[in-house]
Design a protein around this ligand. Sequence first.
Ligand SMILES: [Zn+2]
Length: 346
Amino acid sequence: MIISANISKTLMEITGEPRADIAILEIIEDAVEHRIEKISAEIKGLEEKYSMTFGEFKKRFEAGEIPEAFSYEVETDYLEWEGLVSRLNKFRPDDLRGYASGLMLLASEQLAGRLDIHPTNIVSSAEPLDDKARRVIEEAFGVTPYNFYAASESIGIVQDCSEHQGLHVFNDQHVLELLNEKNEPVKPGYPGQVVLNNLYNRCQPLIRYRMNDVAIYSDEECDCGLPFPLLKGIIGRQEEVIWVENNSGGYETIHSMVFIEFFVPGLRRLQVLQEERNRIRLKLVTDGDKEAILTAVTRRMEEILSGKNLLGQVTFDLEPVNLIAPDRKTGKTKTVISAVGPPKES
Ligand SMILES: [Zn+2]
């Protein structure tokens, strides 16, 4: 693709991305996402108006069961609705790539019956792809998404393979180190800060470049036979994660996203304090029927823990408070505060 210098400059300014080819992909992705959202919102409006999906509306229209079916309003809605559904389904990509949250959006549209696409390859990047997102995407499209980890500083650092047993590190292009707080490499199975060296920048090499992410090397080999070493996973930012011990002596992480998405009506604020490795205290600011909120929060916590096979293994207490104070240094309220931090090598 040839892009003029002026257009390149504009694209780079809009996206803040220094490489024009990546900037244009970002813009296209945004535009498609925006369009899908807009069309979906219009479809939802019609679904609410008639309290049914288009499929049902069409069936009932043909059976003569829609009141005033031949009025101007209903006929116009029919045509518009049909057009929207077909426009939405015109995006029929074989290859679907995006942020985990964008893919989740499409997956939920598909599951709700508003989107009908059948990609054969799905790649998630930029945000951690957790088990829940993976399951929802699989359920929606029948395809296991690939997880791809890259950065503006270096493209294509790790990706999983068809076996989905972990993430292969492309060590022909990179040296990916996982270091502890003394800047020493951690053993496989233990979390370390991602520090990147790349082997192809000739003008400005990246040497021990700290990525602000935490990952774990696997001590197992992948069944696919690829020669690239395997990461068990990339956990995301350290300050957003708590580590708990599972019942086989290993560790599991719970990401702060889980708590941010903790939707319970009447729950105004929530802060998670990890006091001991497997003991959590939840501070809650509530608004309304306190008992009902506490019951709902308990149920939601049990769901989260049982989803990770940690029910009974990790205990939690609820502490209703009037206020959760922001952090003095940053002025921001932290969702997660851990007194124990990530596990250390023994
Ligand atoms: Zn593999």
